[in-house]
Design a protein. Structure first.
Lengths: 361, 361
DNA sequence: AGACGGCACTAGAGCGCTCTAGTGCATCGT
DNA sequence: ACGATGCACTAGAGCGCTCTAGTGCCGTCT
């Protein structure tokens, strides 16, 4: 039963509201005073480390709960010397990145680390985002999405372990966890070839990040199947608009039997324009996307696509980081140690936009 | 010219790299020692407050730069008593929310506040997100996206100023900054009516957030034009799939001359399905979306839509928060003070999916 | 000349926490 | 009976910073 603990009246509490309604949030000292123990012992209980008897533990937790005590993150970080903080920079506009971020939260918190997000936006550069992380004294950083300039990447890696997720860093200074895009394109090509397709076009990503690797992945997969002669590439891009433009170009210039796009957004634009131009999918042409984004799963599209598992990438990245962190528990950084690139293979999700070729060509 | 400042060799520096490559990040004390001043004075310079001569200021900044000094956010927050921190909870999957978040960064940093993001994901509840913000001792919080349960909203508001962005909180405990959806639907109806449309259908959002207000906004706007008789509503939803389903239903049951959807994603699905079914837009039917999301702007869609300005919402929210913060500079919260709802009017962006009705009726 | 105001600067006390080095006390082996 | 061991607990320093209350020192007013 809730008892008033203060000259101020206790609020009607749901289960264990703070009995002190406002003023100043309760501190460790407050809990200690009230429970009749030292600050240090209360700290032990709160952190859940051994060193207190079961009865005191109960008592302290009870009081802490009563007071609505929550440890002050800042003070805790400061005093502990280490912060148990993993910083994440990410662009806010990409669903894949959001997915990775969600995975990082999960993985980090499972390992007892906290996560602090620092967004890159139109008005907030990657540089700024990284500096914020530094200011919070993160122990490690995960860079997902818009890549920071090589210069600040270098500056960052010499201060803490860094892993870049999702794209190959343009420097060997950081660990990289990414999906081998070439493998993904290979899967797509294999799938189409097994359906009898020969004339396959890749609508590439233009100068979008990772476009080059997907393009060369396509080319070499086609070569592997002895189809270098019937492989074509048309210029595309990372959004629906580019896909729509590519569709027009394909219809004008003669359709292949199958198309693999740079990503799902591009595929959506392509599909939409195909429909407008009277091209049926997968009747006239099969289409494979890349990303397995939310849109690919929609029942009216059911896009066959290459899935890169963001949560898995995140899990691997965090694992890698913690491993490095544990290797050198003091502040020393092993800059000399070689950085690794971890590849998380993608998988192909076959849905409704691919089918056996109508007339093998 | 870079000079070695330490027994460790200086790294080749780009402009002002830390001369101490690793170990421990430099502290205020380090800068003070090196510059020959007291910690306090260096602090004054770093914070940019008056109280140091111009020459010392120069000197201190020079040394700080040389050492690569960056203030420790945590310690700073702790010591200052106030944190100048604005916490933001947001869902990571909604582009509109990302937009708001970007606006918050901009507005907050312009006012000398820092921003800490706390994401709500599948594995991380709104409750957890809010608690993280509390742990960082944010001075204020902006809640955007998936609304926290009323109970934790209450718990939060009694501790710090809170503003909910984008949707009406289900309690009057917090300030709300949002777009009056009814006005947005009104704009859409006005526009269509001025183009001669009478038979207008609203594809609603089902149980999606805010769907009710948009639906009633539609109804009352139609009534205002004396078109209650020709207004129809069909069940939709917040994604492309719902739009596609609604399109099928409309084609089967007899087309109106214009459709207003719950949001852009829904409109996209609708448009796509229309194309597949041979319905031309805006020839046979005009379509208006809601959100002005990225997809609406694509040149192959050019969707007429209602735009809610995320950055503006964010700016207003931050302004409101800071105002409250300044009103009571000490820790006391004025719970009694009444909360306000600020409405930021939307505007209609006319693009290519609306046109004059072919045969009025 | 003495008092005074203002400026540049410093000493030192915390902010809320963690952590090391204890203290006291019961239990144990010999 | 003695010290040794282990356990529950505490004192106090200190993380990196900010901030209050100073200390000198110079110029100015009477």
């Amino acid at each position: 039963m809730p008892t008033a603990v203060n000259e101020t009246d206790a609020v009607t509490s749901e289960h264990s509201e703070p009995a002190v309604p406002a003023s100043r949030p309760p501190t460790l000292q407050d809990v200690a005073d009230r429970a009749g123990f030292s600050r240090a012992l209360v700290s032990i209980v709160i952190r859940g480390v051994p060193g207190a008897s079961e009865t005191t533990r109960q008592r302290v937790l009870e009081v802490a709960d009563q007071l609505g005590y929550r440890p002050d993150g800042r003070a805790r970080l400061l005093a502990a010397g280490r912060s148990k903080l993993i910083g994440v920079t990410l662009g806010l506009d990409n669903p894949f990145h959001s997915d990775v971020a969600a995975g990082i939260y999960q993985a980090a918190e499972a390992s007892g680390y906290q996560v602090v997000l620092s967004a890159v936006t139109a008005s907030r550069t990657a540089q700024q985002a990284v500096e914020t992380l530094l200011d919070y004294r993160c122990e490690a950083a995960v860079l997902v999405g818009p890549l920071v300039p090589v210069a600040s990447l270098l500056a960052l890696t010499e201060r803490l372990p860094v892993v870049v997720v999702g794209q190959s860093a343009r420097s060997r200074a950081a660990d990289v966890v990414r999906v081998p895009a070439a493998v993904g394109l290979g899967l797509a090509v294999d799938h189409l070839v097994s359906l009898g397709h020969r004339r396959i076009t890749h609508v590439d990503g233009g100068r979008a990040p990772g476009a080059v690797e997907r393009r060369t992945g396509f080319t070499s997969a086609m070569r592997r199947h002895g189809l270098a002669g019937t492989a074509t590439i048309v210029r595309g891009g990372g959004d629906e608009e580019a896909g729509a433009a590519a569709a027009r170009e394909l219809v004008d210039g003669g359709l292949p039997t199958a198309v693999i796009t740079y990503n799902d957004a591009c595929a959506v634009g392509l599909l939409d324009m195909f429909v407008r131009l009277g091209v049926t999918v997968p009747g006239d042409v099969s289409v494979v996307g890349y990303d397995d984004s939310k849109v690919a799963r929609l029942s009216y599209l059911r896009l066959t696509t290459v899935s890169q598992d963001g949560r898995r990438l995140a899990a691997v990245a965090v694992e890698r980081l913690i491993e490095r962190l544990d290797r050198q528990p003091d502040g020393r950084r092993a800059t000399s140690e070689l950085k690794r690139e971890v590849l998380v293979p993608p998988r192909l999700v076959v849905r409704a936009t691919t089918a056996a070729v109508r007339q093998p060509g």
